[in-house]
Design a protein around this ligand. Structure first.
Ligand SMILES: [Zn+2]
Length: 96
């Protein structure tokens, strides 16, 4: 019936950090390309975080992060690039 405990592979949800059985997790690829599986390790989301994501479109943010080499550049350089790009595209972040 149920797979024995030690055979259940678990993964860590990248959003909330929960351990979830691999079979219950959703694959998440930050490049949005789930079909090219070569030389890649997918990140995982638990069901409820994945559900949350679907209610909040994040296409532009993902594109922006990829474009700015998030995780590849130093934090200061990234934050500087991020803020100036966001300001350029969406205007300043001042409260109205
Ligand atoms: Zn989660």
């Amino acid at each position: 019936m149920w797979p024995s405990r030690n055979r259940t592979e678990t993964v860590t949800c990248l959003a909330c950090g929960d351990q979830v059985p691999r079979s219950m997790a959703r694959e998440y690829d930050k490049y949005g390309d789930r079909w090219d599986r070569e030389d890649k390790a997918f990140e995982h989301l638990c069901k409820s975080c994945h559900g949350d994501l679907c209610h909040h479109p994040r296409d532009e943010l993902e594109e922006l992060l990829v474009e700015l080499d998030a995780g590849e550049t130093g934090q200061d350089a990234f934050l500087y690039g991020y803020l100036s790009t966001v300001e350029e595209r969406y205007g300043t972040l001042e409260e109205r």
